[in-house]
Design a protein around this ligand. Structure first.
Ligand code: IVH
Length: 668
């Protein structure tokens, strides 16, 4: 063996060990910097020597920004669910059923029920070979590349007494801490929040881009071993074997011989689980002996040898003080219950969403009512009912959903088939006006930094801005006189606003915040109609003729350009110099040189960003794709691209171009 290869193997071996110490045992033995140094050395060696590529190398945990659509894979053993129970009486029934059916002694293993997303891993010859989501239980998505980025999932097993081929099932989870910081970050960016760690986890596992998965710091715990040759004849010992191979199992697992022991496990963890880093929502009970499991068998949906016990979501009783309404950027009205503050799962709850008028009316709320507030794995508590027995003679009036917008007085409307009510006064309703300005300046729209929602609120309140076009009339001298802005940030804002006149037309169209016109649709319309006047005068038919534009979108666009205040605002934006047509160079840059060609971009570039290359490909009629397949025509290869991808492209005779060659081709 060559020295280089030896060094690579040695580094991989050591890094696997340190990963295990850190992520599975939570007991690192070297400082982080040292780990990073070793990882970098390995990364460099692997880059220089693609012939030693190994998909299970510790370097492969960082993910890739290549998107993949998932392959559907059949499960070797169907992924069943568990029957749920909610009371000790039901647990007792389960226990008696087992006793009768077996008519011999048995043990029950009690485990925590983790609330994440279930996953099935296939190990072959000690290497992780596939990770599949539950899907419909029969087949699921192949998310191997994403799961490889989870540090507590061993890519290579320890020891040697594992079966040649086996599956382990477990739960992927996002720790509370990671979940909360992710949501804080999303709030800053104006992105929708995840309701709970479970949703955040399943959203992350299904990400097309494994480097995003890697950045989300998921964890995983495994609770079930399957295969033709299992190491022992019982579940509990199999778990210990899994542990010895480096697979993370729960330390809260207990063998019980009596119903009383089971109950005390349940009661203990009902309190103690709140101190765990992960969300749990119950307990799972499993018959320990595999032979007894086999004898008990399965129903169509779940094993007869196991059951889950769900903890009661934490509830509190509190008083309804009032109902208020929140108006979103496009006028959506959300009712909110204002409550007498109450302690629930460690936080003080003062408000809870009532979702929409139907849900609210069904609760038959009266001011002064005692309401049950519940917090499951959710961050936003919900009202689940009214305790009508606690109603007194001095009960307040019945709460009915508002007919008029509480912010501007306009009569609310409801579109057919939609649960929400809307305030139609889009040009005169304050939260909608402010929401539209916030959208206008947001990163993906005009990207004007330094104008947060508080500053926008202030500028609106004192009458300095009333629509996006007013931003272009601001003077730094006026801004710097305001309480919260100094000279530096005032000048900064003005510079940002001035810079935004260079933002391309398609993003300007998106920035207007026309209902249903998201980024993609804005792009399609802009490319097709090329300038604002054409769009303004377009008929419904012409709009519907554009790819991805349906009736609903076309009508919304028409309605926008029929409103006088919008037209005046557009006139002012135009005068300010904002782009109102596709610029000449963009127009000229269009061709059909790449018509019918599928192109994969990979690696890092120096002349243009990846997004710019993506746009170039589209401008020339080509199609961007995330992963190299036999259908790929060109691989646009940058620096540091994965050797596996390069290898694949070479094997399939795909044209590989560097950025100079690629740009040269477009010039010709
Ligand atoms: S055992 C055939 N054990 O709960 C038995 N499941 O409703 C298969 N879960 O899809 C499951 N913690 O995602 C088992 N300790 C645990 C669990 C657990 C969470 C989830 C799992 C499964 C669902 C069953």
């Amino acid at each position: 063996m060559e020295d280089i290869q030896k060094r690579i193997m040695q580094l991989r071996e050591e890094l696997h060990q340190h990963n295990y110490n850190y992520y599975v045992l939570s007991a690192p033995v070297i400082p982080d910097v040292e780990f990073d140094q070793m990882l970098r050395e390995l990364q460099d060696l692997e880059n220089e020597h693609p012939e030693y590529f190994d998909k299970n190398s510790p370097t492969q945990r960082v993910g890739s920004d290549i998107s993949t659509s998932f392959k559907q894979v059949q499960h070797r053993y169907p992924m069943l669910s568990l029957a749920n129970t909610y009371s000790e009486a039901e647990i007792q029934d389960f226990y008696e059923r087992i006793r009768k059916a077996l008519n011999e002694d048995f043990e029950i293993v009690c485990e925590l029920k983790y609330d994440g997303t279930s996953i099935s891993l296939l190990y072959e010859n000690g290497m992780l070979s596939q990770a599949i989501t539950r899907g419909d239980g029969v087949q699921g998505d192949d998310v191997t590349e994403n799961v490889r980025t989870i540090r507590s999932v061993p890519l290579k097993l320890r020891g040697s007494d594992y079966p040649d081929s086996f599956e382990v099932r477990g739960e992927i989870m996002m720790p509370w801490e990671v979940f909360e910081s992710l949501n804080r970050e999303r709030e800053k960016q104006g992105e929708a929040l995840f309701a709970n760690p479970r949703n955040a986890t399943s959203g992350t596992v299904k990400q097309q881009n494994s480097s995003i998965v890697a950045s989300r710091k998921l964890d995983a715990i495994f609770y079930y071993l399957l295969g033709e040759e299992l190491p022992t004849d019982n579940h509990y010992d199999n778990l210990q074997k899994m542990k010895s191979w480096g697979i993370k199992i729960s330390s809260a697992t207990k063998k019980c011989n009596t119903l009383e022991e089971i109950f005390s496990f349940i009661r203990y963890w009902d309190v103690e689980r709140k101190n765990l880093p992960f969300a749990t929502d119950g307990i799972v009970l499993k018959v320990n002996s595999l032979l007894q499991q086999k004898n008990l068998g399965y129903t169509a949906k779940s094993p007869r040898w196991a059951i889950s016990f769900k903890y009661q979501a934490e509830r509190a009783l509190t008083t309804l003080q009032s109902v208020s309404y929140q108006i979103g950027r496009i006028g959506t009205v959300t009712p909110v219950a204002n409550l007498e503050p109450v302690l629930l799962s460690g936080t003080i709850v003062k408000r809870a969403s009532l979702h929409n008028s139907d849900i609210m009316e069904n609760l038959d709320l009266h001011i002064g009512d005692k309401l049950f507030v519940e917090k499951g794995g959710e961050i936003i508590p919900k009202i689940v009912g009214v305790d009508v027995n606690l109603r007194t003679a001095d009960l307040g009036e019945k709460v009915s959903f508002v007919k008029n917008c509480p912010e501007c007085g306009a009569r609310l409307i409801r579109y057919e088939g939609e649960a929400a009510h809307y305030c139609p006064n889009d040009t005169g309703c304050p939260p909608q006006i402010k929401g539209r300005i916030e959208h206008f300046v947001s990163r993906r729209a005009m990207n004007i930094e330094g104008l947060g929602s508080e500053t926008i609120d202030l500028l609106y309140r004192i009458g300095m801005i009333n629509d996006p076009s007013d931003l272009y009339q601001l003077k730094w001298q006026e801004l710097s006189r305001l309480e919260r802005l100094g000279e530096k940030s005032a000048k900064n804002i003005i510079a940002e606003v001035e810079k935004s006149v260079e933002i391309p037309f398609e993003r300007v169209l998106f920035a207007l915040g026309i209902r249903f016109v998201g980024e993609t649709v804005a792009k399609k319309i802009a490319r097709n109609m090329k300038n604002m006047d054409v769009i303004k005068n377009a008929s419904l038919e012409e709009l519907v003729g554009i790819d991805e534009v349906g009736n609903r979108i076309a009508e919304s666009v028409k309605a926008y350009f029929e409103k006088e205040p919008n037209l005046q605002m557009l006139e002012r934006l135009k005068e300010a110099g904002v782009q109102f047509s596709l610029d000449e160079t963009t127009l000229a840059a269009h061709s059909d040189k790449l018509q019918g060609k599928t192109i994969v971009i990979s690696g890092t570039f120096t002349l243009h960003s990846r997004d710019e290359y993506k746009a170039l490909i589209e401008q020339h009629g080509g199609k961007n794709s995330g992963s190299v397949s036999k259908k790929t025509d060109i691989l646009l290869a940058g620096d540091n691209m994965g050797p596996a991808k390069l290898q694949k492209a070479e094997n399939w005779g795909i044209k590989i171009m560097n950025e100079n060659e690629f740009l040269q081709m477009l010039q010709e």
